[in-house]
Design a protein around this ligand. Structure first.
Ligand code: IPM
Ligand code: MN
Length: 351
């Protein structure tokens, strides 16, 4: 198979973890006889430094002409405490999601046997957790009208959703549930927000037409609690942009580390794969970042965009083998850990 993969390392630990993911994909290419070509593009703070634009046109074109996109992370501390910065790295990520129509962010959460004791939750709560969050990614308060009053003493971020924006991701979530345990939990704040009431309307109507899937409705505050008390109760969680952002960071802790979770962002065209963690600038350049989320994102890329199921499975196995041998980074075991490149090499050895 011949495929072009756009690689956007981004900021902080992004370049270190995507380098490992690319190394793993190259090894898969050798073993399974595929020709993967990798082309790098700029996005985020590094793109601002080099071009003034966090998502340059060249990067957009690179993405549009690629068969899949592998992305690292975005964000730099020099922008975080400066609310007046005219351009911000995160705008690059949001612009990219919008321009590529990546409306659904799919974040699977499952535990690894070797990491059951790395979770801050009790083993009996985290064992066997297996759910997937469908987070809407191009709507809501992230993209609604925002601004300040003339005197700058009041600010607003508008949360807007349309029927169609809700419908298309609902369809994906129900399709996923049909292949899983056949349950969708819609997470919202319908007791307060009008957008949530529209979500309920659209999703309940869809559910009535798909009776083989059980629909559960849950307020987001309650869901935040249930994720900690009984995460096994969830199969597919469907939710809007901001709630999904917050709940998936929370959910990642169940697995033992935010450094383990991959994600796929899909839409009508090319799909993008990225770890759910951020740029973790404190760790950048130290060879201590956990590359597993990036590597698992590469596995998801092969499975989802190229339908290379055996190849994806090989990567997942290799990650588990490495974990079983204690090849973990500092985020998982601060007393006994390996470097990013050692973990990456071990995963490649198992392929
Ligand atoms: C994520 C990140 C982004 C988001 C930030 C960096 C804009 O937290 O992908 O979850 O909020 O969507
Ligand atoms: Mn986030």
């Amino acid at each position: 198979m011949n495929k072009r993969i756009a690689v956007l390392p981004g900021d902080g630990i992004g370049p270190e973890v995507t380098a490992i993911a690319v190394q793993v994909l190259k090894k898969i290419g050798e073993v399974f006889d595929h020709q993967f070509t990798f082309e790098e593009g700029l996005v985020g703070a590094i793109a601002i430094d080099e071009t003034g634009n966090p998502f340059p046109d060249e990067t957009l074109q690179l993405c549009q002409s690629a068969d899949a996109i592998l992305f690292g992370a975005i964000g730099h501390p020099k922008y975080d405490n400066d609310p007046t910065a005219p351009v911000r790295p995160e705008q690059g990520l949001l612009a990219m999601r919008k321009a590529l129509g990546l409306y659904a962010n799919i974040r699977p959460v499952n535990t690894f046997k070797a990491l059951a004791d790395a979770s801050p939750l009790k083993r009996e709560i985290v064992e066997g957790v297996d759910f997937v969050v469908f987070r809407e990614l191009t709507g809501g308060s992230y993209f609604g009208k925002k601004g300040r009053s003339d005197d700058r003493l009041s600010a607003y971020d508008t949360c807007t959703y349309t029927h169609d924006e809700i419908y298309r991701i609902t369809q994906l979530a129900f399709e996923a549930a049909a292949k899983r345990r056949k349950k969708v939990t819609l997470v919202d704040k319908a007791n307060v927000m009008e957008t949530s009431r529209l979500w309920r309307e659209v999703v309940q109507k869809y559910a009535a037409e798909h009776p083989e899937i059980e629909l559960e409705l849950m307020f987001v505050d309650n869901a935040a609690m249930a994720l900690i008390q009984n995460p096994r109760r969830f199969d597919v969680i469907l939710t809007e942009n901001m709630f999904g952002d917050i709940l998936t960071d929370e959910a990642s802790v169940i697995t033992g580390s935010l450094g383990m979770l991959p994600s796929a962002s899909v839409g009508s065209q090319v799909a993008l794969y990225e770890p759910i963690h951020g740029s973790y600038p404190q760790a950048a350049g130290q060879n201590i970042a956990n590359p597993m989320a990036a590597v698992l994102s590469a596995a998801t890329l092969l499975e989802t965009s190229f339908n290379l199921m055996a190849e994806g499975k090989t990567i997942r196995h290799a990650v588990e083998e490495a974990l079983n041998l204690g090849y973990v980074t500092k985020d998982i075991n601060p007393d006994k850990f390996m470097s990013t490149t050692e973990v990456g090499q071990k995963i490649c050895d198992f392929i």
